[in-house]
Design a protein around this ligand. Structure first.
Ligand SMILES: O=C(O)CCC(=O)C(=O)O
Length: 284
């Protein structure tokens, strides 16, 4: 169903901040998972939006095939091995769908970590495409080695405008981390190689890229006149992941613990939303 990643793929991930995982999912797995993604696109959840492209997040655990893949397959073990972590917890799922003819000339280069209320090196995403795609048709591209950059680019709205910065009463807990940020958002890596080496891939359905939470990535949108692109990122976190809330920076409220759960900047990431998936899935 889902294959184990290899040691050489883990080496590639650590060296470059990303690695392509051909056929992470075998063909037989794709149809039931894509059906649930299409159902989600047809009836988006509270975090769904359609601006320059369609996105939704934090819904997979409510859908049986997606839940089984995210929590009960070798994905947790893959994540733990890649991160070099004893444990792996599921963090969240994130859907990205482009219809034909949805180019984004200026791209949406970004790193993920600054948008999320989390800090740590052991945070990994598996971006899995359910449709074939290339750089021309919104295949995701990556900047080699950018995970080693110690500064963040300023977050911006990559599927349109950023939603309001609303973490409710927890806003009072936000800390000043201005020294971790550059003044600007990410530069146009696709236009000027002096900013860094951009790597793109040709993807078959079921292929994936495993990438670090600090790695800069984007697509150029979908220039195919006929083919849609549907991809889901599954995110996992390891032992060093800690709660964080950055003052003056958009912090996704969907990724905070539930209101009745504790939230303390610097505490390990614990919530009923983030089940342990490695070493022993428990209590599911
Ligand atoms: O699929 C895309 O176009 C964006 C994916 C992305 O930014 C992510 O998974 O973090």
């Amino acid at each position: 169903m889902v294959r184990r990643i290899t040691e050489s793929e883990i080496d590639g991930y650590r060296a470059d901040g990303f690695v392509k995982l051909p056929r992470l999912l075998d063909q037989a797995e794709l149809a039931p998972l894509l059906r649930e993604l299409d159902d989600q696109l047809a009836e988006p959840g509270p975090h769904g939006s359609v601006q320059r492209f369609a996105t939704d997040r934090c819904f997979a655990l409510d859908r049986p095939a997606l839940r089984g893949w995210a929590l009960d397959s070798v994905m947790g073990e893959n994540a733990a091995r890649a991160m070099g972590s004893a444990e792996a917890r599921f963090f969240f799922d994130h859907l990205f769908a482009f219809e034909p003819n949805q180019p984004i000339d200026e791209h949406y280069w970004h790193q993920d970590q600054p948008y999320w209320p989390i800090e740590g090196d052991q945070v990994v995403s598996f971006w899995v495409t359910f449709t074939p795609c290339t750089a021309h048709s919104s295949g995701l591209k990556f900047v080699r080695g950018s995970h080693r950059d110690t500064m963040f680019y300023r977050p911006r709205g990559f599927d349109g405008d950023l939603p309001p910065d609303d973490v409710g009463e927890r806003a009072a807990l936000a800390v000043d981390v201005a020294e971790q940020f550059r003044a600007d958002a990410a530069p146009p890596f696709h236009e000027d190689p002096c900013h860094g080496e951009v790597v793109d891939f040709d993807f078959e359905a079921g292929d994936a890229v495993m990438f670090h939470t600090r790695t800069v990535h984007s697509s150029g949108g979908n220039r195919s006149a006929t083919d849609r692109r549907v991809a889901l990122s599954l995110r996992y976190m390891g032992d060093d992941a800690r709660m964080m809330l950055r003052r003056g920076v958009f912090q996704d409220p969907a990724l905070l613990p539930d209101p009745d759960e504790p939230f303390t900047v610097g505490a390990p990431m614990r919530s009923r939303k983030w089940p342990l998936v490695h070493p022993e899935p428990s209590g599911r």
